[in-house]
Design a protein around this ligand. Structure first.
Ligand code: GSH
Length: 118
């Protein structure tokens, strides 16, 4: 089962690389604004999780440079469980006005990013 999961994961990564969406190119000033805005966002993820891949493809399409955090690492997994409430990826950590929100569900994350940055 683990081996099968590993193989499917690699396939997802290969297909994602082959059919990578075009990374949005913004004028330098707008990109600098986006980078400033996204400094306080972090995506907890697993490399080969299909839902995480979906979110990463959105980041690329939108030209968003959001920090990604490998939730397979014990310290990050523990952080996600403790602060977010459950170990599920993708999860977007949003820090705004000294408040932290943990947004789960790929659909909700994509919707949030599209509403905020599209
Ligand atoms: N409906 C969720 C599904 C997310 C999901 O199932 N993620 C899996 C990884 S692919 C997960 O976090 N499983 C818990 C674990 O592996 O500990 C979404 O669209 O984000």
């Amino acid at each position: 089962m683990n081996a099968l999961r590993w193989i499917v994961g690699r396939l997802i990564l290969i297909l994602n690389a082959v059919f990578a969406p075009k990374k949005a190119q913004h004028p330098a000033e707008h990109q600098a604004w986006l980078d400033q805005q996204t400094k306080t966002l972090a995506l907890y993820e697993y490399e080969a999780c299909p839902f995480c891949v979906k979110v990463r493809r959105t980041l690329r399409r939108q030209g968003l440079n959001i920090q990604t955090i490998n939730a397979k690492q014990a310290e990050h997994k523990a952080e996600l469980a403790k602060m977010g409430g459950k170990v599920q990826v993708p999860c977007l950590r949003i820090e705004e006005n000294n408040q932290v929100q943990w947004l789960y569900e790929s659909k909700s994350i994509i919707q949030y990013l599209e509403q905020r940055f599209a």
